[in-house]
Design a protein around this ligand. Sequence first.
Ligand SMILES: Cc1ncc(COP(=O)(O)O)c(C=O)c1O
Length: 381
Amino acid sequence: MSVFDVMPSRRGTGSLKWDQRPELRPYWVADMDFLSPPEVIAALQRRVEHGVFGYAIPHDGLVESILDYLRTRHEVSSSPDDLVHLGGLVPALSLACRAFAEENDSVLTCTPIYPPFLHVHKDAKLRLTTVPYITDGETWTFDWDGLEKAVTPSTRLFLLSNPQNPLGRVFSENEILQLAAFCERHNMILVSDEIHCDLILDEVRTPHFTAMRLPECYKERTITLLSPSKTFNIAGMGYAYAVIPDQSLRKRFVAAEGHTLAEINCLGYHSAEAAYRHGEPWRLELISYLRSNRDLITRFCRDEMTSIKIPNIEATYLAWMNFHQTGIANPALFLEKEARIFLSDGRYFGEQGHARLNFGCSRSHLEEALSDIRKAMENRL
Ligand SMILES: Cc1ncc(COP(=O)(O)O)c(C=O)c1O
């Protein structure tokens, strides 16, 4: 029995995932149904017991834990000045659009993609250009020719999700180097959202190459966005940070904040510190559990429900399911009606005919979803 076999009831707790559509079993929004590491819960309890919740700053212990994390996990040596503390990654994507482009300039990204990537440009009245990833059926990569054709002199930013949500791809060092060279050739800022980088399921086979390790020459155009939120299941705490070693780039980014961002709360800071300081053994157990969930859903699609196609999931707890061969036009709606389960609708990621299943849950909860999908599919025949 694993700690991850235990799923506390979240119904009626004001959970976005569980309480938005209480009539359905939820496998949609990207948080996990697990308790956070005990050390994180203890750190929060200590801070709550203090009882005073005035404005907070990123305290020394937090900054130290981030710098340690960057050094040990990414082999990157940073200074406190390189960090910009934020209440979330999505506001950071929006901020980057406002900081580095002018009205009517454009932003480039590849699809399918986590939905806010398709909308943050509007905050700065920019245009959006998307280029679909290309696939051999199981592995997805950049369409380099498509990107060259899509880019224009007014394209100012490239928004990257690595590891990729929803494809679960961990881009290789070569791919990231090629992307950086592409951004340099076209004078674009590379915004690398690496929120899922501690959720790599086979790290030996697919190591993460962070944009922070790009050669020095790319520093003036690279922003890396990170957070312990997905890995340690503290997304609701609202804490993230940007690493921007280039001072002038960082100043432009911070200046764009204006008065648009709220203060970050003290619980966000303290949970992040505890996660980075004490969470590693828990994280390793989590990865092993998620890997088994990944294998279960992969076998389910490849051996049983062969008309549902699924990529090789290298990272994340998200499975991008392609229903094109089933003839089901809107799989999320189909599964809602016929299986009573709630998945993310692929349309919002820029692709029809897909649904994203969140397997950050207990094995039995995942098995229930697969069994419900099987029954719904069989009933169609
Ligand atoms: C790629 C990616 N970026 C950002 C976020 C959300 O970040 P935040 O809650 O910090 O705004 C998610 C959440 O699923 C995500 O998958």
